[in-house]
Design a protein around this ligand. Structure first.
Ligand SMILES: *[C@@H]1O[C@H](CO)[C@@H](O)[C@H](O)[C@H]1NC(C)=O
Length: 312
């Protein structure tokens, strides 16, 4: 009740990415194409994996879950950003802003744990191949997924709990294209230095911690592969390199965002674009272009869809 009383700001205004008309047009075309292609690619992966029984192994099921998450990541910010490009007055309601921040942190958290689960899956497949089917049983997959969603949820709730009591009394211009938690907090009419630190530390520690876990597990796997090099390990290496590329693309910008100690003014806005639109677009490209099984299954799905269209 108290919060409602001194919250006078009912909407926030985004300053957007640029004011130049030409660049806006360029962004509009580019982001629309990348966003729609990403949605299409990720939907195709989810559809292919769920409909093809050959792909019902933990690796592909986790990949399908990653694609599902990627559908969410880009949809939280991208459509609004694209629609806003040509609007003079880019507004978002107070509750819209909080919702956006909640889902960014929820989905971001889930994606991080999911990447660990995928690394664990590769670790078991490569380092303990004889026990793979026993360790990565359906129950283990469900457990890993549940852990991902629970940790993501806790992370998002903790981040939101920092801002639930903040008073907003006037300034409402966010120099971004989405509700970015650190910038949002700065607008509150109170001393927010401690809060800003907590929020940044929370996301920063989480992303750096997960990144380190992933890098260490990849190094460990690579050493194991190198020790018993055989024909099978070459295939393992190619899957693994896809994982590593995805991890660097995802964490690079995020860690820079939360842990870079210097003022980066505009750079972080563009990094946010990277995480929210480009990474979800690149994931399916990276995973499928290097994977024959996946390409084959996708081709089958596409030709099925094409023939289905001809019949109906
Ligand atoms: C996520 O993985 C589980 C099994 O671990 C699977 O049953 C489910 O279909 C997957 N979700 C998607 C969207 O592919």
């Amino acid at each position: 009740m108290d919060r409602v009383n001194h919250t006078q700001v009912s909407e926030f205004v985004f300053l957007g990415l640029t004011n130049s008309w030409d660049i806006q047009l360029l962004f509009f075309v580019f982001f629309s194409v990348v966003y729609l292609t990403g949605m299409l690619g990720n939907s195709l992966i989810v559809f292919t994996v769920t409909s093809d029984p050959h792909l019902h192994s933990p690796m592909y099921l986790l990949l399908a879950n990653l694609s599902f998450i990627d559908l969410g990541i880009s949809s939280v910010t991208a459509p609004k950003m694209i629609c806003d490009l040509f609007r003079k007055h880019k507004v978002i309601s107070f509750s819209g802003c909080v919702t956006q921040m909640f889902f960014i942190h929820l989905i971001g958290g889930v994606e991080m744990v999911l990447l660990i689960a995928m690394a664990f899956d590769r670790y078991v497949a490569i380092c303990k191949p004889l026990h793979y089917l026993i360790i990565m049983c359906p129950r283990m997959c469900t457990l890993l997924l549940a852990a991902a969603w629970i940790i993501g949820l806790i992370h998002a709730v903790v981040q939101m709990s920092f801002i639930v009591d903040l008073p907003f009394c006037g300034p409402n211009k966010l120099d971004s294209f989405y509700c970015d938690l650190p910038r949002f907090i700065k607008l509150a009419c109170t001393d927010t230095h401690r809060l800003q630190f907590m929020v940044t530390a929370n996301s920063g520690f989480m992303s750096i911690g997960v990144f380190l876990i992933l890098i260490i597990s990849y190094i460990f796997i690579l050493f194991t592969v190198q020790k018993h090099s055989s024909s099978g390990s070459f295939k393992a290496l190619s899957t693994l390199s896809a994982h590593i590329i995805v991890v660097i693309l995802f964490f690079g910008p995020i860690i820079f965002f939360y842990a870079w100690p210097f003022n980066t003014s505009h750079l972080d806005k563009y990094l946010a674009v990277f995480v929210s639109i480009l990474t979800p677009f690149l994931n399916p490209v990276i995973y499928t272009l290097r994977n024959k099984e996946m390409k084959l299954a996708m081709r089958k799905v596409c030709s099925h869809l094409a023939s289905f269209r001809k019949i109906s």
